[in-house]
Design a protein around this ligand. Structure first.
Ligand code: ZN
Length: 145
């Protein structure tokens, strides 16, 4: 449904309601090469899903792992010469810096110009905790900075 790319990265199984957060996290709005987006495609596994194909772009693991904050179950395919040469999953980084907003309005990170920093406090339930004010929040409800 979405045209094949010769070289680049395919991000599959994105929950459709997280598509725009994925676009923001990878700064795809600033991409110079072609970006193809399939939104609300039927998926046997998920009901519906979204997919992004980015031509001529290969991300670092650190960049890709930021996706785990909003879409932990995405599948990544690295494409060369129209072939999938590598498949990857994302893993939640131990420290999450400068990506997520703290849910505590009184937190210093919401009142001073500084990057936020969280650590995973409960990996099983997907809970992160602010390093500054210790406020916990579930990953499902995080807002990006
Ligand atoms: Zn905080």
């Amino acid at each position: 449904m979405v045209a094949a790319i010769e070289n680049g990265t395919v991000i599959d199984h994105i929950p459709s309601n997280k598509l725009f957060q994925v676009v923001r996290l990878l700064h795809l709005d600033l991409q110079k090469s072609a970006v193809m987006v399939g939104y609300n495609l039927p998926s046997s596994k998920m009901g519906n899903k979204s997919i992004i194909k980015i031509a001529d772009k290969f991300f670092s693991d650190a960049e890709l792992n930021t996706l785990s904050v909003v879409a932990p179950n995405v599948t990544l395919c690295i494409i060369r010469d129209f072939e999938v040469v590598e498949k990857k999953c994302v893993t939640l980084p131990r420290t999450i810096t400068g990506i997520v907003r703290c849910a505590n309005p009184k937190c210093i990170t919401n009142n001073e110009p500084m990057p936020t920093r969280f650590h995973v406090s409960d990996a099983e339930n997907g809970t992160i905790q602010c390093d500054y004010c210790e406020k916990e929040q579930p990953l499902e409800t995080v807002k990006l900075v």
